[in-house]
Unconditional design. Structure first.
Length: 518
């Protein structure tokens, strides 16, 4: 755990990475705790009909059963093993078993359809998948072995621990595909250690007595797996496992109340749904969010709804938890998404790869423990991800007095009449309008200005907002050149399975409209 400090500066000055030469995540998240405190609660399981507390000893026992089942199928170190499970103890145990034996776990999402599964299974070379009855049906079209809990041995001897180090491949996580074909980010056993400082400060020093951690984000994604599940297990903080195929406000409130949740990671989409319902959740000590900027209105609502500051954090599948806010250490700056997490060198660089005070590319210096080893079997794409010593996030931003301000995806920044306009700020502004449920902003090709700002808006049920209303709303609050010159109302926006707006689809739609095809 972090050594707590009274200021952000003191925290950074006293921080050092601890990466031993022999490192295995199974020991970090389970085996060490099972040896010292086997009865300590690891998981609060709400995935069934009744609550069940799962100890570290029980979780280890389940992981031994998975490991024995995998070894019986001939799985060896370096082999890829799919994990197609929602938030359940078996999901956690499956990853732990893979890591202990030196295999590479590949998280898979229950909402994937056949093509999405096929692309990941074929690209990764998975031959064995740990799943359940539902997953067996999903995997029927594929020629591979599926193991469910019923197929595992009832009892298993302690599984052998492979000889692994921080660089040994451990987990292959596919990107959500917001800007292209999903790529597999291969991470080593150091990835968990790399997440811990950011997770701790985004929850105002996670690990207080009585802390209980949960997220509605699925454990198939880096946000659920390494922002919540594995850090919670490593820090000895009970993690809630709860099935939630679709986010529902009432169910969310029931989970928080029933499990005594004190710390929660809410993706922005979940926060918007809670805000739309004007929902309150009592008893929380910390709320973290990441994935896209929230904006001033959402943060103000968070103060009213939770009685605390929502800590925004920043990262991506390739290199996660690199910047964060921390209400316990500093007051967030309006428009920023936090400061560099201790141990990370985060900068905004120019085309020459040099730090700049102007708008530029958000980048992270090589060597960060949460940084991927490579894109799986894509050396060219891996090389293109770097500029000198810096990993490029693909986002544009500005670094002001140590605070990182997000402008937008590099491909999403709008060039209109000589101005460079970030869509995030306009989206934030539109979301403060009482008639807007959600929105996406892109550039539309324009002969005069190069591009114009176009907004696609989903209105709240019964709302009377018009195009002129929303244009005036933005004009009154942002720069006169950045208001949406066109607004289209849709029933729904294209979204990734993780709840992010797929701007590339909106851009394609706008381009077709400009060409007279829309």
């Amino acid at each position: 755990m972090l050594t707590r400090a009274p200021t952000y500066q003191a925290l950074c000055q006293g921080f050092r990475w601890d990466l031993p030469s022999d490192l295995n995540m199974a020991a970090q998240v389970c085996d060490d705790w099972a040896a010292s405190e086997p009865d300590r609660v690891a998981l609060i399981d709400l995935s069934g009909e009744t609550r069940r507390d799962v100890s570290y000893g029980a979780l280890q026992g389940l992981s031994y059963r998975v490991q024995a089942g995998l070894q019986a199928q001939g799985v060896t170190p370096g082999d890829r093993v799919g994990v197609l499970l929602s938030q359940t103890p078996l999901c956690a145990a499956a990853h732990i078993a893979c890591w202990r034996m030196g295999a590479i776990s590949v998280p898979l999402f229950k909402l994937f359809r056949e093509d999405a599964l096929r692309s990941r299974l074929e690209d990764s070379g998975v031959a064995v998948v740990i799943s359940d009855a539902e997953g067996c049906g999903m995997l029927a079209p594929f020629d591979l072995t599926v193991l469910t809990e019923a197929d595992l041995p009832r009892d298993a001897a302690p599984g052998a621990v492979a000889d692994t180090n921080p660089e040994t491949p451990a987990v292959l996580i596919y990107t959500s595909g917001t800007t292209g074909t999903p790529k597999g980010a291969l991470h080593g056993h150091r990835v968990l250690t790399g997440h811990l400082p950011g997770v701790e400060i985004s929850h105002d020093f996670l690990g207080h007595p009585g802390d209980v951690l949960w997220t509605p984000a699925d454990w198939a994604w880096i946000g659920g797996l390494f922002d919540v599940l594995m850090p919670g297990l490593a820090l000895g903080v009970p993690v809630v496992a709860a099935r939630m195929a679709r986010f529902d406000v009432a169910t969310c409130q029931a989970i928080c109340t029933g499990a005594g949740v004190r710390n929660v990671f809410f993706p922005p989409t979940a926060l918007r749904m809670l805000k739309a319902a004007d929902a309150r959740i009592d008893g929380l000590r910390s709320v973290a969010s990441g994935g896209e900027p929230l904006g001033a209105e959402m943060l103000a609502w968070g103060q009213r709804a939770f009685g605390l500051t929502i800590n925004e954090f920043y990262g991506q599948t390739e290199c996660n938890m690199v910047a964060s806010s921390c209400g316990a250490l500093f007051v967030p700056t309006l428009g920023s998404i936090g400061r560099a997490v201790p141990g990370f060198d985060v900068a905004v660089i120019d085309n020459a790869g040099l730090p700049t005070a102007e708008e530029g590319d958000i980048a992270v210096r090589r060597g960060a423990p949460s940084m991927m080893l490579e894109y799986w079997q894509r050396p060219k794409a891996t090389a293109e991800k770097f500029r000198g010593d810096w990993l490029l996030t693909g986002d544009r931003g500005v670094l002001e007095d140590g605070f990182l301000r997000f402008v937008g995806r590099e491909d999403d920044v709008i060039s209109s009449g000589g101005y460079r306009i970030g869509p995030a700020e306009i989206e934030d502004c539109l979301l403060t309008h009482p008639g807007v449920a959600t929105c996406g902003v892109v550039g539309k090709p324009d002969a005069l200005r190069g591009e114009i700002v176009k907004a696609y808006v989903v209105a709240k049920p019964g709302a009377q907002a018009t195009e002129t209303d929303l244009q005036d709303w933005v004009k009154d609050r942002l720069a006169s050149y950045s208001y949406p010159r066109e607004i289209a109302f849709l029933d729904a926006l294209p979204m990734t399975v993780t709840g992010k707006v797929i701007r590339k689809e909106l851009k394609a739609r706008a381009a077709a409209e400009s060409a007279g095809n829309g």
